[in-house]
Design a protein around this ligand. Sequence first.
Ligand SMILES: CC(C)(COP(=O)(O)OP(=O)(O)OC[C@H]1O[C@@H](n2cnc3c(N)ncnc32)[C@H](O)[C@@H]1OP(=O)(O)O)[C@@H](O)C(=O)NCCC(=O)NCCS
Length: 205
Amino acid sequence: MDDIYIEKYQNTDFKAVIALLVQSFKSKFCRHQKLSNNDIGNILYASWHLKSDDTAYLHFVAKQNKKVVGVILIRCGKIENTNKNIPIVSLCRRYGIYNVIMMYTKMAMLENHKLNEGECYIEHIAVNGTCRGKGIGMLLLQHGEQALLDRGYTSYTLAVAGGNPAKHLYSRFGFVDIKKTKSHLKGYLIGESRWTIMQKVYNHE
Ligand SMILES: CC(C)(COP(=O)(O)OP(=O)(O)OC[C@H]1O[C@@H](n2cnc3c(N)ncnc32)[C@H](O)[C@@H]1OP(=O)(O)O)[C@@H](O)C(=O)NCCC(=O)NCCS
């Protein structure tokens, strides 16, 4: 753990972050479609425009020997519509219309939280499979918390799927359940129908 450090996300981390997300969430992306890790990575790479200077996000990576081993992406403001830059036709030609539509539907489902005043929302947090259970997830959550407090935000929110053991970590960090949801469509598309919204609230006074 001593050699792990947290940094602000840089544009040069993009490919490594995509690879980490594919590894961590593959079971969701692959459900009802046959795509290799490479295919999923390429679709995400062409579709996402994660820029380090985007003020709508707080974005950090955990590194070990300059290699990305963890990531947290926190949405804290209104995002620009970047859909116009997606090469949708060439993606459909390469991976098939079905696969592309499925991927976009899943991404839209996983990113559908509407922010309240003062709220920051964790879009994703992931740690490399070989480095889990060593406190890196906790470090990323703490870094995110410090950044949002420095900017005067008042709440930290996330959604966690029913059986995800990550819920232990979130409870230990101080998140509490505020809402439970059930969606058969999410169950069908990403294999998780029960979700819990968890939140930590701060009083700046
Ligand atoms: C969730 C995740 C980011 C936690 O990172 P981490 O570095 O393992 O977290 P920490 O070491 O700080 O804390 C470990 C806690 O995470 C939980 N956890 C979840 N998956 C785990 C795994 N594969 N190995 C070890 N711990 C895991 C444990 O319950 C543990 O909590 P506990 O010690 O109170 O029991 C990481 O396990 C991960 O990337 N999981 C896959 C992606 C994912 O599910 N992301 C969360 C979406 S809401």
